[in-house]
Ligand binder design. Structure first.
Ligand code: HEM
Length: 291
C-alpha cells in the first residue's frame, strides 16, 4: 500500500539527483548554455530580465563585494506563482498559434492545424480513444502502484479518465463499431511512461500534468468539435467529470506545487524539459483522429 506521507516528510533520498547534478549555487547560468540548442529553453529564458548572479569579486583591499548578492534573484517564468505556472508557461509555448493564443510553435503536423479545419473519421477517432485509454490505464496504474511516495498524492483526484473511456468504447461497440487494438503511438507512449515511472519521478510528473491538463483544455474543445462533425454532437463520457472540473484541476495544481517544493532547481528544470516529449507523444496520438 502506498504511503500517503506528505511531501515534506518524504524520504528525500528517493528524490535525490546524482551527486554530479546536485545543487550548484549558480545553477541557472550553469544550466543555460547546455540547453541553448533546445527550442523549449530558447523560449523559456528569452524574456528573463535578471541575469545570472556574478561571482563575488575581491576588491583591492581584499574585501569581497556584497553588491552582487543584493541583486534580485533570477526567476524562471511563472516561478512566483508556483511550479505549475512554470510548467504551463513551457507548455503554452509549445502550442501553435492555431491551437492557442499563447502558442509560438510553427505548424508542422496535421493535428497542429486549426481543429475547425480537421476532417476526422470515426475509425480514426476510435483509434485515438483506444490509444488514449491505454495511456490513461498506464498512468493511473503507475499512480496507484506509487513507486515513489509522491505519486500517491495524485491518486483519486477525480481527473482519472480510464473508466470514462471504457464506457465510451462500450457505447461505440453497441453502435456496431469494431474496437481496434491499441496502435503504435499509444503503445509507445505507455511503454515510455512505464520506463520513467520507477526511475524518473520529475519527468513522470511532467507527463502527468500535461496529459490531464491538456485534456481538460484543448482536449475538451477537440471533443466538442469532433462530436459536432461525426457524432451528431454526442458528448462522450471522456469529456465529463464528476464535480466541478475547475475545482478538481485546482486541487491537483495545489498538490503539484506542493510536491515540487521539495525539488531542487535542477530537478524542476529536468521536469520542464520533459514537456517537449509529452507534446510529441500526445501529438502522435492526437494525429490518429485524422488517420
Ligand atoms: C490540437 C491540439 C491542441 C489544442 C487545440 C490545444 C489548445 C489549448 C488551449 C486553447 C488551451 C487553453 C489556453 C488558455 O488557458 O488560455 C490549452 C492549454 C493547455 N494545453 Fe493544449 N492544445 C493542444 C494540444 C496540447 C498537447 C499535445 C499538450 C501536451 C501534451 C497540451 C498541453 C496543454 C496544457 C498543459 C495547457 C494548460 C492547461 C491549463 O492551464 O489548465 N496541449 N491548450
Amino acid at each position: 500500500m502506498a504511503s500517503l506521507t506528505s511531501i515534506s516528510q518524504l524520504n528525500k533520498t528517493r528524490f535525490q539527483t546524482p551527486p554530479q547534478a546536485q545543487f550548484h549555487p549558480n545553477l541557472a547560468s550553469d544550466f543555460l548554455p547546455k540547453k541553448r540548442g533546445s527550442i523549449l529553453f530558447q523560449g523559456h529564458f528569452r524574456n528573463l530580465s535578471g541575469m545570472p548572479m556574478k561571482a563575488k569579486t575581491a576588491g583591492k583591499n581584499g574585501v569581497v563585494s556584497a553588491t552582487t548578492a543584493e541583486k534580485p534573484k533570477k526567476r524562471y517564468p511563472g516561478e512566483a506563482k508556483g511550479f505549475v505556472e512554470e510548467m504551463r508557461f513551457v507548455a503554452m509555448r509549445l502550442h501553435t498559434r492555431e491551437q492557442a493564443k499563447e502558442g509560438e510553435k510553427e505548424v508542422k503536423e496535421p493535428e497542429e492545424r486549426p481543429v475547425a479545419k480537421w476532417e476526422p473519421s470515426i475509425d480514426g477517432y476510435l483509434r485515438f480513444l483506444v490509444d488514449s485509454k491505454l495511456v490513461y490505464d498506464t498512468l493511473e496504474g503507475i499512480i496507484e502502484k506509487a513507486a515513489f511516495p509522491s505519486y500517491a498524492e495524485f491518486g483519486n483526484t477525480g481527473l482519472e479518465r480510464s473508466g470514462s473511456l471504457a464506457k465510451d468504447l462500450e457505447w461505440f461497440k453497441e453502435q456496431g463499431h469494431v474496437i481496434p487494438e491499441p496502435s503504435e503511438p499509444g503503445n509507445r507512449y505507455a511503454e515510455y511512461l512505464k520506463e520513467l515511472s520507477d526511475k524518473n519521478p520529475q519527468a513522470l510528473i511532467c507527463h502527468f500534468y500535461n496529459i490531464y491538463f491538456a485534456h481538460s483544455a484543448g482536449g475538451r474543445m477537440i471533443g466538442r468539435k469532433v462530436a459536432e462533425k461525426i457524432l451528431n454532437g454526442k458528448e462522450l463520457e471522456f469529456y465529463k467529470w464528476d464535480g466541478d472540473l475547475s475545482q478538481l484541476l485546482q486541487n491537483v495544481r495545489d498538490k503539484l506545487n506542493k510536491v515540487a517544493e521539495s525539488w531542487t532547481r535542477e530537478e524542476k528544470n529536468h521536469c520542464l524539459e520533459e514537456t517537449e516529449k509529452s507534446f510529441k507523444y500526445s501529438g502522435d496520438i492526437l494525429r490518429l483522429i485524422l488517420s
